[in-house]
Design a protein. Sequence first.
Length: 379
Amino acid sequence: MLTSGLSKKQVLAELKKIRRLDQQYSDGKILCSMCTNPHPTAEKAYRLFLSSNLGDPGLFPGSVQLEKEVVCDLERLLHGENCVGHIVSGGTEANLTALLVARNIASVRAPEVVLPESAHFSFTKICRSLNLKPVYAGLNDSFEVDPKQVDECISENTIAVVGTAGTSELGIVDPIEAISQIVARHNVWLHVDAAFGGLVIPFLADAQRPFDFELEAVKSMTVDPHKMGMAAIPAGGILFRHAEALDFLMTETPYLTDQFQNTFAGTRSGAAVASTWAAFRSLGSEGYRKIVDKCMKTTRFLADGLTETGFALVTKPTLNILAFRSSEGTKRLAEKLREKGWFISYVPRYDCIRIVVMPHVKKRHAIAFLKDVAKIENL
Ligand code: PLP
């Protein structure tokens, strides 16, 4: 901390210099991120609600109203009815909140959670934090969790089963319907992590298998507006089928405007909620359909380009996530691409290069990427 402050001009000049160290989505070189530039109106909305704290709701009834409306929007999108939920800091906190509730409701002595081997790494942190034993169910040849293995993993200590609708590495949607039939038989909580897919799958042109509250056994869902929802960070979403779920998080708040809080975080960003509201209202379902359609077209363009050049796709993309391998060495290709300024992920588990085709990835960027890949491989 400086002894005396700098002028606004000095501060902003310094920040602009430092900001240049950050990558910009608009450069089109970021092919590994699940976030993107917020919708322009979402950005404005964020600034408008900058000081709003949903942790002290009596002071910010307007922001509380916006959160209710956004939760309602998500509920309708995901075939829910009378759901409750919150906009939280992201998918990690949303998944944590779901498992915290499931654990508190189940109240078993040595709690376990059944996870697909492809579950997001946030569950590793969550299991550590909540002292849950993770029990992993394997995947089938299509990289979906195998329902039979899920069945075998469930024990009397299972407090929840997790399925993913849009895995982070390959964009796979687990067979949630088959899992829901299994959990219903065992009477176990089913949480669907649709952090990424929740704002993609409903807008895909082709019909999809049911993955959301349409399935009676689904008790909670994660769906993040700060990923494909074009809202500003931090906007994750957690929804519960039954209103009572939140009672299991109730904590007394002795000095705030409300007597109780039922979120994990205390201070919460009203700005993120306003930005989500603004993105939803500005785009509407037609706007999201167009965005998803464009991302899928670019994904297919990249997939076709890569296969025509001789690369092998790990699997046909379901969502706007693509993974491929090179017979000449995938890790080496990933390093060369990085040297050329591309930000892609190398995923050791599948020995593949992973690309997330977010709205900032345009066709011209895909063309430039294909050219660079071919050049590196001398094709
Ligand atoms: N779940 C899935 C499927 C994800 O893809 C991610 C992040 O990419 C998360 C959870 C964690 O979300 P966050 O990084 O917003 O905490």
